[in-house]
Design a protein around this ligand. Structure first.
Ligand SMILES: [Zn+2]
Length: 171
């Protein structure tokens, strides 16, 4: 799936798992560290699920990488310092499989380099298990993208108090 869908998912994963009240009452960073590890793990799992469902690539790969990276940097910067590790590791978990399996090939192609590439590790990137659609019929994909964005919207709405706290830089 396009990187921007994974990075948008990462925001909802971080918000879904972060109990800001509990973290603010805590005197140690243990809660933040565990939530960050959990966010990385759930992000990673979400990547597998999203790559497994049928999908086309509505955004051109170069633009996708640029927007995805900009989203990661901007959102992490906008996040309150206390929650930055959670947000950062959620992003990392959500894009990690692509970083490992796909980024050397993309960098080689875009920059004309010849970095060593390895066989794909993650099963959802294998031809047999990937939901990549290789025809022009992207109706299923569009529906899946819409359902994903709606789910992210619902999660952020239901967790809006934590979402606001995570992005409130004045506390
Ligand atoms: Zn992937």
């Amino acid at each position: 799936m396009n990187v921007i869908f994974h990075t948008t998912t990462a925001i909802s994963v971080a918000v879904l798992l972060t109990d800001t009240k509990r973290i603010e009452q805590s005197t140690t960073s243990r809660n933040v560290i565990w939530t960050s590890i959990f966010a990385f793990t759930v992000g990673h799992i979400s990547h597998g699920a999203l790559d497994y469902i049928p999908h086309c690539y509505p955004v051109n790969s170069k633009l996708d990488a640029i927007i995805g990276l900009t989203m990661i940097l901007t959102t992490t910067w906008l996040t309150n310092k206390r929650y930055r590790l959670i947000m950062g590791l959620s992003f990392l978990g959500c894009i990690f499989p692509d970083l490992v399996d796909l980024s050397p090939g993309i960098i080689n192609k875009q920059l004309g380099l010849s970095l060593p590439t390895i066989d794909k590790i993650f099963p959802w990137h294998f031809h047999d298990y990937s939901g990549s659609i290789y025809t022009d019929n992207c109706n299923n994909s569009t529906l899946n993208h819409i359902l994903l964005l709606l789910t992210i919207g619902v999660v952020c709405w239901c967790r809006r108090t934590d979402l606001k706290t995570m992005f409130n830089k004045s506390v």
